[in-house]
Write a protein that binds this ligand. Sequence first.
Ligand SMILES: [Fe+2]
Ligand SMILES: [Fe+2]
Length: 407
Amino acid sequence: MTIRPSSSVPATGSYRSMGDAVTLLTRAFQLERGLLRMLGGWMPGVPYWDAKLAMGDHLWAHAQYGSRLLKRLHELKENTAERQECQAVDELLRGLGAAPDGTDFLCGFYGTAMSRLSGIYTAWAAQIDPVMDPFSGAILVEATNELRGQAEWYAAYQPAYSPGALVRNKAWSDRLAGLFDAIDLPAGQWRSDRPAPAIEEAFTCVPTPQRDASFQTARVNEINRRTDDSFEGKRLAIFYNHTQEMQFAESLGAILYETPEMPWAFHYDMARHCVDEIRHTRMGCTRFEQLGQKLHDFPMLLQNYSLRAKLDPMERFCMMTLVIEASSFEKKRAGVKMFQEKGDEISARYESYDIRDEMQHVNFGHTWVPIMLRVAQDARSVTELVQYCQDILADALKNERKGVAGY
Ligand SMILES: [Fe+2]
Ligand SMILES: [Fe+2]
């Protein structure tokens, strides 16, 4: 954190009151939380593989700023800040999410919102008393840099796996710019001197994840049929499966979006879980390349996300953490042992980190599934919910073994 030295403080400054500064921080917190949930919800609907990887990193950055803003608000004794959601900001975020498709979502989110909000945060930082509150100003200045960086990423972005140049929809971008012009964020209201914007319906996450047009897709995992029982074959299958963890990140992104009733601590943990799965996907892609393989030569799987998209967010999260991840350790430890015995240090290292990450993810399940049951006023016990999810998964796996494209 950079605290501005006192010599740079003007003798006469007209800064906002502490109460007004708290309002700005509260708005920024609502925005950061909304942005991260929006990125998660749209991640499955964006077709570009490399953009999804970047979205995971950006989502985690918004989680960091959300966390810092809320901590600062608590220091200022604004203990209910998390629940002070302002309707106009919510409507602005809904407008941002109402993109016609994943390509336009990127255009609106990065091309318009990131650049507009970085300017807004800069202006707010300059209005906070630098003598008494350098902390709040520093969070906003650093968030400004992050948001500007995200806008710059989009400005230079061209999909690596899709043919043709990225379409940047100026009409959509202009429409969102109109929303930013029409809102008075500190007041938390639409400006009275502008026509009231048409407020969109909340978008819904896609039932099937999108992929670049150049990829083949499949609904059955046939990697074991394509690889033999040799060390090389087993290793290839392990890292191919890691590349397909994108579906796990996408399911978590959808959970982030579909749980507005859950507390910030849950959204923060989901953001971490999501970016961890993005990291595991990247690990798979990296090792694939190191092993001389091309991602394009193997199909992208869609069925795991699609199955989970049919469940409500609580059941989806329970299935992911307390069923799938909780039952993965024996196989993963056997993988580490095999890599160590063969002297494959890189694979052993990757898998060792992966196991530690998965332990944390199972702990997320143990922490949050009981709370989700209470929030949903669902009378089932955790054990009953786990059994329900195990049964659904067992059915789906049975169908996959039969080669049925049923999920
Ligand atoms: Fe993972
Ligand atoms: Fe995981």
